[in-house]
Design a protein around this ligand. Structure first.
Ligand SMILES: Cc1cc2nc3c(=O)[nH]c(=O)nc-3n(C[C@H](O)[C@H](O)[C@H](O)COP(=O)(O)OP(=O)(O)OC[C@H]3O[C@@H](n4cnc5c(N)ncnc54)[C@H](O)[C@@H]3O)c2cc1C
Length: 381
């Protein structure tokens, strides 16, 4: 039976590899980087024991029952509930836009029924200027003045004191770390993994005759050597440091809304494992302390930067022009499939880089769970 190649070992590729293996296929996973996990990859810091999120904070959250069921086959979650604080003008507020933020900012004590009437156009504009204009300007590299105030109308409002950042039914951090989640996803006798090996159309010929399908989740424009030009992305630069204090900011993420502060956020990763604090204090005997016993902490400052070919792509810049460019690359995928058909091969391009879209992890997993995997020998579309 012919093999299947899964190119890219992020959450999309690992989910597909597992599905394919469980459907009876032999799977070869090729990953360009030295290790699996894609942008959700974390590493446990040997000095402190803190689990560092190497590509920015990643919290698993979903209300998709099929995704939650699938993910929990490979990990337990620790029950972490995400809160985001925002610092502005030297004061710290709770996001999202709800009673906690509004009451503190305007110095009032509103009850839930009062909020809607209180948030006049003028007050919404004040909130927008204070908390969103500078941040959005930094994030997308535009002068704060150019950020459209209509954005504020789309910022969801909560007429309550719920400061949980996500509206999802389920969330958490893998209880024994993201690394183990990815290892377990690929731990199947029919899956073999080769890291430091990139798939390209140039090396596709070597698989001819032995491979039926390629599922590729690298950048779609890179696959075609940027022949129509590069799809635009926003990139990030991370500055990480270990600090000799037990707790630096008292929470996992603080956004910095002031335009003068050059970074957008500070991540303090040990807060993603509140159970580690219980372990360090001796209140529980099981599990790891995730850095809480070290007396130190690890923080990362996040700086948005302009993306160029070769940089890590983070956020797609979705506009009419990039949509047209993406459509041209999709046509190329169809053309490749025309050529591959003679060899009985098929190319499927997906994931956040292949699909040129912002995907949360649960959406990437859901997409991989729904992607058509076909069967060996079946008629190709
Ligand atoms: C800053 C930031 C924070 C985020 N936080 C969250 C969060 O809190 N919660 C959440 O749910 N989601 C979050 N996300 C989204 C999350 O990162 C994505 O959902 C996830 O990475 C999508 O997985 P993927 O497999 O599609 O892509 P990736 O994780 O990017 O994996 C693609 C893989 O393909 C490999 N590859 C590329 N080219 C090739 C090639 N030619 N051959 C072989 N391999 C190749 C890459 O090295 C990579 O390992 C965040 C995203 C960003 C940018």
């Amino acid at each position: 039976m012919k093999k299947v190649i899964v190119a890219g070992a992020g959450i999309w590729g690992c989910t597909l590899a597992r599905r394919l293996a469980e459907a009876g296929r032999e799977v070869l996973v090729l990953e360009k980087r030295p290790s699996i996990g894609g942008n959700a990859r974390c590493a446990v810091d040997p000095e402190t024991g803190v689990e560092i999120h190497l590509y920015g904070s990643h919290i698993f959250h979903t209300h998709d029952a099929a995704v939650w069921k699938f993910a929990r086959r490979f990990t337990e979650f620790n029950g972490y509930q995400h809160k985001v604080l925002v610092k502005r003008g030297g004061k710290v507020y709770h996001l999202p836009l709800g009673l906690t933020l509004v009451n503190k900012f305007f110095g009032v004590e509103l009850a839930p029924p009062d909020l809607e009437a209180f948030l006049t156009e003028e007050r919404r504009a004040e909130i927008f200027d204070a908390f969103f204009r500078g941040y959005t300007g930094k994030q997308w590299g535009r002068p704060p003045e150019s950020v459209d105030p209509s954005v504020i109308r789309r910022v969801p409002t909560r007429a309550n004191y719920d400061t949980n950042y996500f509206n999802d039914l389920w969330q958490g951090i893998p209880a024994d770390g993201y690394g183990r989640l990815f290892e377990r996803l690929l731990d199947h006798p029919a899956i073999s993994v080769e890291c430091n090996r990139a798939f390209s159309l140039k090396n596709a010929a070597e698989f001819s005759g032995s491979v039926s399908d390629v599922f590729y989740s690298g950048p779609i424009d890179e696959l075609f050597s940027y022949k129509f030009g590069a799809l635009p992305w926003r990139s990030l630069r991370f500055e990480t440091e270990t600090i000799a204090v037990a707790d630096f900011q008292g929470t996992s993420v603080v956004n910095y809304a002031d335009a003068e502060v050059p970074f957008t956020r500070i991540h303090e990763f040990k807060h993603y494992h509140p159970e580690g604090r219980l372990k360090a204090s001796g209140a529980v005997s099981e599990g790891r302390d995730w850095g809480w016993a070290s007396g130190k902490t690890v923080v990362t400052r996040e700086y948005p930067v302009q993306w160029r070919i070769g940089d890590e792509p983070y956020y797609p810049v979705n506009d009419g022009e990039s949509a047209r460019l993406f459509a041209r690359y999709r046509e190329e995928v169809a053309a490749v499939n025309g050529g591959f058909a003679a060899d009985g091969m098929r190319l499927t391009v997906g994931g956040r880089l292949g699909g040129y879209r912002y995907f949360d992890m649960d959406q990437a997993m859901a997409d991989a769970l729904q992607t058509e995997i076909g069967t060996e020998g079946a008629t190709r579309p």
